[in-house]
Ligand binder design. Structure first.
Ligand SMILES: *Cc1c(COP(=O)(O)O)cnc(C)c1O
Length: 373
């Protein structure tokens, strides 16, 4: 009888995302889950639906297109679009799908004001400030002109003020963080002084965990909801205690073969077998998002044992040295992320072998077929 091989599969444990949400909310302030980029690869609607059931009232998506996707899927919560409108259709779509855009420059504000003048009702908007990222947002110097302008805009109603932290996960840069916080507090005060009722939000995952004093009226954690600890490997690592990674990735072992001492493995002969051993050939490769940078660096979990990736990762295949994992057979699952037991592979570890951060690991592996439990 032929063995059935399920190809690479992403297992998303929604219960863990729910419990991470509860853990983050228990630290203080209200959490506005960041579900941009398909919920960091975990699936936009399944994640948002689960978190809405946990009490999340507003979600932050990356683009107006994602806001439209979320609304069409059936989401009834508030939706904030961190980016855009970008494409022309996205302006009117804000009204159609009831999404709050984060506006951070005068050109887009004026464009939106023009659209608003021919729309039936006013649109809630957020205003985004650059306090240290040098990426998007009004500067503090823009404040007087901006406050004057928005006071006179009948079709746009400012309801939110926000900024993004550049280094809240780097304990050594606490001084830089404080500078951003001070600037943001001045911005918020300026809105208050004009009698503008806005909800302020600043914190990302690292700040939610380390700085409960920055909770304001809302917080925007992303990666911690999915179970990665932004302080992993730092002195503050214990702040992430209890976060459970929700994404696990496995692929099938399709062949097991004996190799003799001295034999080379894979393209470029980059690995030479030092003593007789067995290799498991796994049906996953860089076309599936498992980076070629993991060649001779990555580890997988097979039958509860950690085994090394040997030789170069190929387009749709990779090889593991399973000499220390007895009994491996075709049809076994190789866990590239997660897996059962104490040896489970953490996203922070995989990211380190990969030379990147868990965010990128989630986004790229999350492009594969997903299964929800
Ligand atoms: C992605 C993002 C977040 C979430 O950051 P994490 O480090 O994943 O918690 C918050 N705010 C903005 C503006 C973002 O783009």
């Amino acid at each position: 009888m032929p063995i059935g091989y399920n190809k690479i599969e992403v297992l998303v444990r929604l219960g863990r995302i729910r419990s991470n949400f509860r853990l983050l909310e228990a630290k203080g302030g209200r959490v506005m889950p960041v579900v941009k980029a398909d919920a960091y690869g975990h699936g936009l609607w399944p994640v948002a639906r689960a978190l809405a059931e946990e009490g999340a009232r507003t979600f932050a998506v990356g683009t107006v297109e994602e806001a439209a996707d979320l609304r069409r899927a059936g989401c009834r919560a508030g939706i904030v679009s961190l980016l855009g409108p970008l494409d022309p259709w996205e302006y009117e779509a804000l009204w159609e799908f009831g999404a709050i855009p984060m506006i951070g420059e005068f050109g887009r504000l004026e464009e939106l004001a023009r659209v608003a003048s021919r729309m039936p009702g006013p649109l809630d908007i957020g205003l985004k400030f650059d306090t240290g990222m040098s990426r998007l947002g009004f500067s503090e110097a823009d404040l007087p002109g901006l406050l004057d302008r928005i006071s006179g805009l009948a079709g746009l109603r400012p309801v939110m003020v926000s900024s993004h932290l550049a280094a809240a996960d780097v304990p050594d840069l606490a001084g830089f963080l404080d500078g951003q916080v001070q600037t943001f507090r001045r911005v918020v005060s300026a809105f208050k002084a004009r009698g503008l009722e806005v909800e302020a939000n600043l914190a990302n995952s690292a700040a939610v965990m380390a700085r409960p004093d920055l909770a304001f009226q809302g917080q925007r954690p992303g990666v911690s909801l999915y179970g990665a600890n932004p302080f992993w490997g730092t002195d503050l690592a214990e702040l992430g205690q209890g976060l459970e990674p929700a994404m696990e990735v496995s692929a099938p072992v399709i062949e097991v073969r004996d190799v003799a001492r001295g034999q080379s493995v894979g393209y470029g002969c980059t690995h030479r077998v030092e003593e007789n051993t067995r290799l498991a050939v796994v049906a996953a490769g860089y076309a599936d998002g498992y980076s070629r940078g993991l060649s001779n660096r990555g580890w997988a979990l097979v039958r509860g044992v950690r085994v090394p990736v040997v030789g170069r990762v190929c387009m749709q295949l990779l090889m593991l040295d399973v000499g220390r994992a007895p009994g491996v057979e075709p049809g076994d699952r190789a866990w590239l992320l997660g897996g059962d037991g104490p040896q489970a592979i953490r996203p922070e570890e995989l990211a380190e072998w990969w030379g990147t951060i868990p965010y990128e690991v989630f986004c790229l592996l999350g492009l594969n077929r997903k299964k929800y439990v």
